[in-house]
Design a binder for this molecule. Structure first.
Ligand SMILES: [Ca+2]
Ligand SMILES: [Ca+2]
Ligand SMILES: [Ca+2]
Length: 139
């Protein structure tokens, strides 16, 4: 019996996620049953408790995007004004950036640009990764 418990603990430490694929390091309650997803949106009731979403409603903020999809694209499932980008960009703006200039090492202003999906995107949502910005102008 001890061997089985040790093996289970080791697997849990190694994987960091449960059956729903989300990282549970945010502090789920011990003993929470990860298999229960009352509203069927793909987020377990345990994960919904951590996120603050309603486990009985698949789209807590009513913006037409399920809590699970919003969680995956880093939009706020509690804010109807915040939704996923149509092209699938992550929303990585940490909310702590401030413009410092345009030299190497500076943080440039939060430019608003239209992407190939025709949607306005904020430059700071690309924070934390390297991206190639291709811009053209014609006149
Ligand atoms: Ca759910
Ligand atoms: Ca939503
Ligand atoms: Ca939302």
């Amino acid at each position: 019996m001890r061997i089985v418990l040790l093996l289970t603990t080791t697997l849990c430490i190694a994987s960091c996620t449960d059956a729903d694929g989300l990282n549970d390091s945010a502090g789920e309650a011990d003993g929470c049953d990860e298999t229960i997803d009352t509203d069927g949106d793909g987020l377990s009731d345990c994960d919904e408790a951590v996120l603050g979403t309603d486990p009985l409603v698949g789209d807590t903020d009513g913006d037409g995007v399920t809590d699970r999809v919003e969680s995956d694209c880093s939009s706020d499932p509690l804010n109807a004004a915040d939704a996923c980008y149509a092209c699938g960009w992550q929303k990585n703006d940490p909310g702590t950036l401030s413009e410092s200039g345009a030299e190497v090492g500076d943080t440039i202003g939060n430019l608003q640009m239209v992407d190939q999906c025709g949607e306005t995107v904020s430059m700071w949502d690309f924070y934390g990764d390297y991206h190639v910005l291709f811009m053209t102008a014609a006149w």
